[in-house]
Write a protein that binds this ligand. Structure first.
Ligand code: HEC
Length: 150
């Protein structure tokens, strides 16, 4: 196979991967399930990436988490417009050297790998989080992030 043909196969494969989670991210039930996962697992350290569609209850939950904001060392950066962003580049947040040097671009696949076990996927990063262990949670969380953090 010459280089040209090989490249078009790779592009096709990339397109298929992009289409896969795209279907789930358009499914409101999956996105709603992912929002629940986010609220139970991520909210302590990250504001919701989008306030669109939050209930009054969810807004109150978020506000209860906010005191001190990003000045608290264990609090994470905002995940608004995360998808397509390069890790550790959000201005104004004090990222670890590991995150800044990683060169990771946040796609569905990169998030899946990182969130499964952050300390293994990116040694030396400072996100104090053990990982999203249940496959069902991950399969809902990623479409939620693709929808809410685009
Ligand atoms: C206990 C606090 C905590 C929890 C819980 C937490 N995070 Fe984080 N997160 C952080 C911190 C702190 C950083 C900065 C890490 C660094 O600089 O090494 C971070 C960084 C990140 C980044 C990189 C952002 C960027 O701009 O490069 C992503 C993505 C992320 N977290 C997603 C999540 C998701 C999704 C969840 C829930 C499944 C979660 N985090 C749970 C504290 C947390």
């Amino acid at each position: 196979m010459d280089m040209r043909a090989r490249r078009s196969v790779l592009l096709l494969a990339a397109g298929l991967v992009a289409a896969g989670p795209g279907l789930a991210q358009d499914n409101p039930d999956i996105v709603a399930a992912g929002k629940k996962v986010y609220f139970s697992r991520c909210l302590a350290c990250h504001e919701p990436p989008s306030t669109v569609g939050l209930t009054d209850d969810e807004i109150a939950q978020n506000e209860a988490m906010l005191p001190g904001g990003e000045a608290v060392p264990t609090r994470g950066p905002t995940l608004t417009h995360l998808i397509g962003r390069t890790a550790g580049t959000l201005p104004g947040y004090n990222f670890s050297e590991a995150m800044k040097a990683s060169g990771v671009v946040w796609t569905a696949e990169a998030l899946r790998v990182f969130l499964l076990k952050p300390s293994v996927a990116m040694p030396g990063n400072k996100m104090p989080f053990n990982g999203v262990k249940r496959a069902g949670e991950m399969d809902a969380l990623i479409p939620y992030l693709l929808d809410a953090a685009k």
